[in-house]
Ligand binder design. Structure first.
Ligand code: AKG
Ligand code: FE2
Length: 344
């Protein structure tokens, strides 16, 4: 199978000492950036949700409406599971370039090492390398892309992905309760073959950090994403009212994004979060995102419970496989993809 003709940013930086940034990576950045974003971004306490605190549930509901984004503290993923995943993600990007090449994505496939959303030869590129792996349903796992050079990679990813899935399952029940929808309705969309994928992002330092983008502005296409920042270097930003807010993850917290499918399910009541990543001049940055979507057999469209008689459905309903084809064939351009799901 042919692999994608996209060079690894990491090997490019290693080869040149980062002195030269190829034009294909130079990107304009002119929007306003807030300086005090971290104080405004909602923080949700997982333990309080589990204890059924009404106030915390209401705060979650507001966070999903206003920001589509929050930090989740006091969650139940054990520290050793988080640390094991961080160590193995780092371990992957530290493998020799020749070894990483064995895991290069193949054309038309998502799994593997490379970049996502490369839809044309002349498209501008992100200053980042990724390792993308499908984790659920199990038949979606393509172990050819799971680096067996790292003895503990597989068990670390197994434990981590199972732990974050149980958090997302609980959040989705709480979300349904907040919406006044039977939690079974969302659970049935996921069924026994709900999709989970994990994406490890590596952003090398860049001498012209203000001229490149680590991750193009986008919203995630799924229901809920849990993001873990691996090292101390910040870079994630979230857009609200035309301003980018830098995110400073709280110690031990997950960053949670509402994805496009949850926006569509709720007929727009909840908003998926537009976000991007910027890079540092001197330090590398790593993050791990875990995406959670319904079964491939589910219909993606507004839940009928969310379309009251007086409201019209804002979005079309299409099969999940068709939805994914549409998403991955679109360039990452903020939230423009969702417009393609709007009813005409
Ligand atoms: O690097 C980050 O913090 C964000 C990554 C992200 O948005 C993604 O993987 O979808
Ligand atoms: Fe994202």
């Amino acid at each position: 199978m042919e692999s994608l003709p996209v060079p690894s940013v990491q090997s490019m930086v290693a080869a040149e000492g980062g002195a030269h940034v190829p034009p294909r990576y130079i990107r304009p950045r002119d929007e306003a950036v807030a300086t005090d974003g971290e104080t405004e971004i909602p923080v949700i306490d997982f333990q309080r949700l589990q204890l059924g605190h009404d106030e915390e549930m209401a705060r979650l509901d507001r966070a999903c409406q206003d920001w589509g984004f929050f930090q989740l503290i006091n969650h139940s993923v054990p520290e050793d599971v988080v640390d094991g995943m961080k160590a193995n993600a780092r371990g992957f990007f530290e493998l020799p370039a020749e070894t990483k090449k064995q895991f290069a994505q193949e054309r038309g496939q998502l799994d593997g090492y490379g970049q996502l959303f490369v839809v044309s030869e002349d498209q501008k590129l992100d200053w980042a390398d990724i390792l993308f792996l499908n984790t659920l349903p199990v038949q979606n796992r393509n172990f050819r892309f799971w680096p067996n050079q790292l003895a503990k990679f597989r068990s670390a990813l197994d434990k981590y992905s199972a732990a974050v899935k149980s958090i997302v399952d609980f959040l989705l029940v709480t979300v349904a309760n907040n919406l006044g929808v039977d939690p079974e309705v969302i659970a049935n969309k996921c069924g026994t073959d709900g999709i989970q994928a994990v994406r490890m992002n590596y952003y090398p330092p860049c001498v012209q950090a203000d001229k490149v983008i680590g991750f193009s502005p986008h919203s995630d296409s799924d229901l809920l994403t849990l993001v873990l920042q691996v090292n101390e270097v910040d870079g994630l930003q979230i857009k609200r009212n035309e301003t980018w807010f830098p995110v400073r993850p709280l110690e031990g917290a997950f960053i949670v994004n509402v994805g496009d499918i949850l926006q569509i399910f709720t007929n727009g009541r909840y908003k998926s979060a537009e976000h991007r990543a910027v890079v540092d001049m001197k330090k590398e940055r790593l993050s791990i995102a875990a995406f959670h979507s319904p079964s491939v057999h589910a219909v993606i469209g507004p839940l009928k419970e969310m379309v009251a008689h007086e409201h019209e459905a804002v979005y079309r309903s299409i099969g999940h496989d068709e939805f994914m084809k549409l998403f991955f064939s679109s360039k990452l351009e903020g939230k423009s993809f969702l417009d393609r799901m709007k009813k005409l």
